[in-house]
Ligand binder design. Structure first.
Ligand code: HC1
Length: 567
């Protein structure tokens, strides 16, 4: 332990702790912009300056380690003035578009300016000459709003290990962009949107498609249906001031009806269906037909990552489309038939915690209904914007139920939203299908939690199934290297984003580790509250097979619910 003094108070801190953390421990708030704990600790923005006795200049507290006997002052006239000056310099070439900016009221630059009491902008810098990059189906990069904090670079390089963006050029020309200033769509970007989650401003945001949905809703010739992803029901409430993890399924359904959707359905229904298809695929592969380990394929950022970086492992991917895409294909076939609708008039909207789902919906494979299966994907954040625009008082809404039959689901469907959930859902069904026995305990806790790579050996009454789960692409790399090195696994779940979809790039900001944990807890308690918790017990899935699909991996399933990914 080290003892130091901050603003006259004695503080004990572990060696290696920064002055910023030591100050926070005793309730002293030092403003920060570029700092992101354990991801970006670069001291780049210099708004966290403090005075350290004996030092010749003010120090960036986020990168200054504590030292024995250190005397720190965080609130002197010089400190306040220096922080303000640095902020003014940052803002001198930041577009003054706050009123119409997508991050307005949720912008850290705006918040720090208010916190520091900035009252005037005395300098006019050279405006950045780089133009917004609209090339990606998922994200818009606007270098004019970039404050060069490098959070996006760190998350892309160190957490996702994708390194699609990095600082390019020098001095005033510095810009965060793909190599050779290529557009995002020409880079190795997987569309995960983790950059957008950590960006303090609007330099990287989701591609906003709200207007496309308003237009569809206003078109009397269109029958507009919506599906909601597992991880949206425990996060959309945050946009309206609720705690992360608060379950708002019923209010979300009510809100979507108020917006004018003709039917409100649930992606959890097709998550259950995915388990039927993927579980059957696993059993088939265990019987020698196809490559092992089988790896899940529902996370589109992960799919793009394996296509770019591990094409030799593509035969291991499940051929199942994601639940989002299975839903789209069924909405325009099974549902159209049942409801007596022309599939061409059905417009499918998805509410997803994910920016890569926008890209997935536009992939050329995703039109097995004869139409583009999913028409528009909105992130949780865009749904929040839409609801605000419509003047819907979200927290005052009553709880309503999903429409049937594509709104019926089990607890296994909902846990898809947290890392380990797809695996656990598959084990709940797989165990019972393989052994013919009812599980005594349905909770597989070894595959839950935030550890980067989780492994377990599951005893299927004599047959041992080696399973592993990775979330975040950096962790996925680690696991994929083990497969390449010959480690034996039978079944693997990989989700692109840290924490799984609860930490998706389209989720409310902030999405930090504390938030992820609360959302995951919300997911698991939702599962516990469900009357049915195993996918094969979903009566709507059972009817779907009886009335329409036939059997898992049958001809129709093959045509509508499966695909093959190539390099
Ligand atoms: Fe996900 Fe999935 S769980 S990928 O994380 O398999 O986005 O929530 O909708 O498709 O069901 C996301 C979440 C989501 C799909 C399902």
């Amino acid at each position: 332990q080290i003892t130091l003094t901050i603003d006259g108070q004695q503080v004990q801190a572990r060696a290696g702790t920064t002055v910023l953390e030591a100050a926070r421990k005793i309730g002293i708030r030092i403003p920060t912009l570029c700092y992101l704990k354990e991801v970006n600790e670069a001291g780049a923005c210099r708004v966290c300056l403090v005075e350290v006795q004996g030092a010749r200049t003010l120090q960036a507290s986020c990168v200054t380690p504590v030292a024995e006997g250190m005397v720190v002052k965080t609130n002197t006239p010089e400190v306040r003035q220096a922080r303000k000056l640095n902020l003014e310099l940052i803002m001198s070439n930041h577009p003054q578009e706050c009123l119409i900016c997508p991050r307005s009221t949720n912008c850290e630059l705006q918040a720090v300016a208010a916190e520091l009491g900035l009252k005037e902008l005395r300098f006019e810098g050279t405006n950045r000459h780089y133009q917004p990059d609209n090339s990606s189906p998922s994200l818009v990069r606007d270098p004019r709003k970039c404050i060069l904090c490098r959070r996006c670079v760190s998350v892309c390089e160190n957490i996702q290990k994708v390194t699609a963006i990095a600082p390019q050029e020098r001095g005033f020309d510095t810009v965060i962009a793909p190599a050779f200033l290529a557009s995002l769509s020409d880079s190795t970007c997987v569309n995960c949107g983790q950059c957008a989650l950590v960006c303090p401003t609007a330099a990287i945001v989701e591609k906003n498609q709200v207007q496309e949905v308003w237009s569809a809703l206003a078109d009397p010739a269109k029958h507009v249906v919506v599906q909601t992803a597992p991880a949206t029901r425990i996060s959309v409430g945050e946009i309206f001031g609720l705690e992360p993890g608060s379950l708002v399924t019923g209010k979300m359904v009510a809100a979507l009806r108020r917006l004018g959707f003709d039917k409100v359905f649930d992606t959890d229904f097709t998550a259950d269906l995915t388990i039927m298809e993927e579980g059957s695929e696993l059993i088939r592969r265990l019987n020698g037909k196809g490559a092992l380990p089988l790896i899940t394929s529902c996370s589109p950022g992960w799919i793009k990552f394996i296509e770019h970086h591990y094409p030799d492992l593509l035969p291991h991917l499940s051929t199942c489309k994601s639940p989002q895409q299975m839903f789209g294909a069924l909405a325009k076939t099974y549902y159209a038939e049942k409801a007596g609708l022309d599939p061409g008039s059905i417009f499918v909207v998805s509410i997803m915690p994910c920016t890569a789902k926008k890209y997935e919906a536009g992939r050329p494979e995703m039109n097995s209904s004869g139409y583009q299966d999913v028409d528009v994907v909105l992130t949780t954040r865009e749904l929040g914007k839409m609801l605000k625009e419509a003047g819907i008082d979200f927290t005052a809404l009553p709880e309503e139920n999903y429409d049937q039959p594509l709104g019926i689901s089990t607890g296994a469907g909902v846990i898809f939203g947290a890392t380990g959930g797809v695996m656990e859902a598959a084990l709940r069904t797989g165990y019972e299908l393989v052994t013919g026995e009812t599980l005594a305990s349905i909770e597989f806790k070894d595959v839950r939690g935030m550890e980067g790579v989780k492994e377990a050996a599951i005893d299927l009454k004599g047959t041992i199934l080696n399973v592993a789960v990775a979330h975040g692409l950096g962790n996925a790399r680690e696991l994929l290297e083990k497969i390449r090195n010959g480690d034996i696994y039978h079944f693997i779940e990989i989700m692109c984003c840290p924490g799984g979809c609860i930490g998706g790039g389209g989720q409310p900001i902030p999405t930090d580790q504390e938030t992820r944990l609360k959302r995951a807890a919300g997911i698991y308690s939702t599962d516990q509250s469900m009357p049915l918790r195993k996918s094969h017990e979903n009566p709507a899935v059972q009817s779907l097979y009886k009335e329409f699909l036939g059997e898992p991996l049958g001809h129709k399933s093959h045509q509508l619910l499966h695909t093959v990914y190539t390099e």
